[in-house]
Write a protein that binds this ligand. Structure first.
Ligand code: HSE
Length: 297
């Protein structure tokens, strides 16, 4: 009648895959306790680690779960306690972790009427509340683990992508808040055919590289000339962090989600840790506080 859920952080976009690619960071995340209650409906009884609304309709976990209950109508309800460790506006999927965690936990308590892929559509409603846009590129990897591709949002078509054995992610989070809605408002609504060709070449290259464990191809494909140039100006020291990552062995590096976190992918744990050190040195130099994570993908 009660479940404790780990709600993982995620890196969305992965440079070339704006709104479609994402990966799960399975050692960084929130916790959530969900209990069945006799009374129908959803009550959020406690939130620790962040100042977020307790009202169900204003909370991303509440809204995601409401969407799920609309489809199942159980004769009992749920109460939720949320323990946030991922900061809001960090770029590593804080709202997605809560949205995905709530629907995953409640689905378990309901004895799994939905597959993990089916849960994505409900969790997306939390993303819509958080940013005004129901993107699935954070909630899909949070629910399915590893790398995921949102081939289509409508109708929803989520593909789980193979992770190469030695691939690691390093993520640095400068301690400033960047709202996804603000980071989306700087984007242009049209892209040139030339940029689109470059971008879909890279998306194809990245997917091929992941399946064939071709680390050089993964590196060559981690580029984004559409979104990154517009958003990177919002992130302190972005170019320096990226340069430090490449110089310490990164295959590629870019903005994590909508920022301000910056990620790098690398082959092997030692490279990932060296990249972490080099990234930290950049922010130490300018006295900017940060959090750093290294994770096997
Ligand atoms: N794809 C979304 C964006 C992810 O970049 O706006 C937000 O985490």
């Amino acid at each position: 009648n009660e479940i404790k859920v780990f709600c993982p952080a995620t890196i969305a976009n992965l440079s070339c895959g704006f709104d479609v690619l994402g990966l799960c960071l399975d050692n960084v995340g929130d916790e959530m306790i969900i209990r069945k209650t006799e009374e129908k409906g959803i009550k959020i009884t406690k939130i620790e680690g962040a100042t977020l609304p307790l009202e169900t309709e204003k909370n991303v976990a509440g809204v995601a779960l409401l969407a799920m209950l609309e489809a199942t109508k159980p004769d009992f309800g749920f109460e939720i306690e949320i323990y946030k460790h991922i900061k809001a506006g960090s770029g590593i999927g804080s709202s997605a972790a809560s949205s995905a965690g709530a629907v995953f936990g409640a689905n378990e308590l309901l004895r799994n009427p939905f597959t993990r892929k089916e849960l994505v559509q409900f969790a997306m409603q939390g993303e819509k509340l958080a940013s005004g846009n129901a993107h699935a590129d954070n909630v899909a990897p949070a629910l399915l683990g590893g790398f995921t591709l949102v081939r289509s949002s409508n109708p929803l078509d989520i593909i789980k992508i193979k992770s190469p054995d030695l691939l690691y992610a390093t993520v640095i989070h400068p301690q400033i808040e960047l709202k996804t809605s603000d980071a989306r408002s700087v984007l242009k609504q049209n892209v040139s055919l030339k940029s689109a060709i470059t971008q879909w070449g890279n998306v194809g290259g990245l997917i091929a590289g992941l399946y064939t464990e071709d680390y050089d191809l993964i590196g060559r494909s981690l580029h984004d000339e559409i979104v990154e140039p517009l958003r990177s100006v919002l992130i302190p020291g972005f170019d320096l962090i990226k340069k430090a990552a490449y110089e310490s062995g990164a295959l590629g590096s870019g903005i994590s989600g909508s920022g301000p976190s910056i990620f790098a992918l690398s082959k092997g744990k030692e490279n990932a840790q060296n990249i972490a050190k080099a990234m930290c040195a950049v922010y130490d130099e300018i006295h900017l506080p940060y959090e750093i994570h290294v994770c096997k993908v």
